[in-house]
Every structure is written in structure tokens, then in C-alpha cells.
Design a protein. Structure first.
Length: 234
């Protein structure tokens, strides 16, 4: 997302960075994203925190449809189409404007989630997802993805406990069961293997502090490499 040097004396406005956090439900993405955003702001970065599905008024309405427990008959292709409908709005209203003004955008899920959940989890395959992604996302792709990885059984227990505690009616993906979560995890790991420079796998089955320390280390190295900055400590 950051352009190369200009060939004349005109000033080139730097573009922002899109950093995404991914992982199966219950891996702790929201907590880690919040901590990372705080750390980046302390360093003087302008940070835009958002999530998918959602991030906009229309996107949040679509989110309710996608996550509602009662919508058990939602077809896999309908699910994928709704995901990208919400993403198109998200890109237009939030992500692209923030990137254009040089912000660091931190998103709790982005397009890798569709490849993992609908492509692998719902068995639609990568081609179906890629077709929509080329139209909707185009060149707007993550610069860095932090994949919080943990055993599906543990993650599902965490997610179920959380949803029970808040008496949530938005648990349709948790209701898909352990086998579904295992397919999603395998999908994420396959994405990481194909994109080792962009996708960094983080063991999420540790304390919040240990996971955050590794995340900050990864992001710090990434920012130094992207911006040519001197080594700085968190």
C-alpha cells in the first residue's frame, strides 16, 4: 500500500497500512486487536479500528443476519454474498478512506475469513471466493495478517462460554460444530502456508500477555521494514 519514491519533486502522500487479525471463533482476536491498537497509538500512529462483518451501519445490519442463530437455512452462497456485500460497504465507507489519509487500519477479520469460512468451512472452494474478492476488494489487500491459531475444540469452548455468558442469539457459526471449525482452521493454515510473508501464525493458546508480546514483536519488525525506521522498543 505504500508507494515507491517519486520520480520528480512532487510530494507523494503516503498511503496507510491494512493489518488484519484472523482466526477461528474463540481465539481472542478482539482482545488482542484492542491491545495492539492502544500500543500503536502510544507510538503516535493514527489507528482506525474496525471489524467484519460490520464496520458500517449497513454492515452491522448484515452482520445480524449472518450471525443470528435462527437463520439456520441460510445457503452457503448466500452467506458468501452477504459477507462481500458488507465488505463492499466497509471498503467504501471505512477502509479505503482511512488508508487514503495514511492511517493504520486494524480489522478484526477481512477477506481471509471468507476463504477460510466459506471456501473451506462451507466447502465452496477458493475459486468462488476469489471471483467475488477480485471484484469487491481488488487491489485493497492486507499488508500484514496476524493469524491467531489454537485447537478448534478449545476455541469452540471459549466461544460457546462467551456467548452463553452474554445470552447471545448471534452464534450461528458456533452452532456449526467442531468439524466445521476444524475445516476453517485448516483453511487458515493453508492460507498461511501460501502467504508466509504476509500471514504470521501466532499460537493463541497462551496468556493474553504472551500473545500480545509476540504480536507486537511481529508488527514492530513489519513497520521497521516498511518504513525504514530505526529499531524501536515497545
Amino acid at each position: 500500500m505504500i508507494p515507491g519514491g517519486a520520480t520528480d519533486n512532487r510530494r507523494v502522500k503516503p498511503q496507510g497500512l491494512l493489518i488484519t487479525l484472523e482466526g477461528i471463533d474463540g481465539a481472542g482476536k478482539s482482545t488482542q486487536l484492542r491491545l495492539l491498537a492502544s500500543a500503536l497509538r502510544e507510538r503516535g500512529c493514527r489507528v482506525c479500528v474496525t471489524r467484519e462483518p460490520g464496520g458500517t451501519h449497513i454492515g452491522e445490519q448484515i452482520r445480524k443476519v449472518l450471525l443470528a442463530s435462527r437463520n439456520t437455512q441460510l445457503a452457503a452462497l448466500s452467506e458468501l454474498a452477504l459477507m462481500y456485500a458488507a465488505r463492499a460497504q466497509h471498503l467504501r465507507e471505512v477502509i479505503r478512506p482511512a488508508l487514503a489519509q495514511g492511517d493504520v487500519v486494524l480489522s478484526d477479520r477481512f477477506n481471509d475469513a471468507s476463504f477460510a469460512y466459506q471456501g473451506y468451512g462451507r466447502r465452496l472452494g477458493a475459486a468462488a471466493v476469489r471471483g467475488l474478492d477480485r471484484i469487491i476488494c481488488g487491489a485493497t489487500q492486507p499488508n500484514l495478517t496476524l493469524l491467531l491459531d489454537m485447537a478448534p475444540r478449545v476455541a469452540l469452548q471459549r466461544a460457546t462460554t462467551r456467548e452463553n455468558r452474554i445470552k447471545s442469539k448471534q452464534r450461528r457459526f458456533e452452532m456449526a460444530g467442531l468439524e466445521f471449525q476444524e475445516r476453517v482452521r485448516n483453511g487458515y493454515l493453508a492460507i498461511a502456508r501460501r502467504n508466509p510473508k504476509r500471514v504470521k501464525v501466532v499460537n493463541a493458546d497462551r496468556s493474553i500477555e504472551e500473545v500480545q508480546d509476540e504480536i507486537r514483536s511481529i508488527v514492530d519488525r513489519f513497520l521497521r521494514r516498511r518504513r525504514g525506521a530505526r529499531k524501536r522498543k515497545w
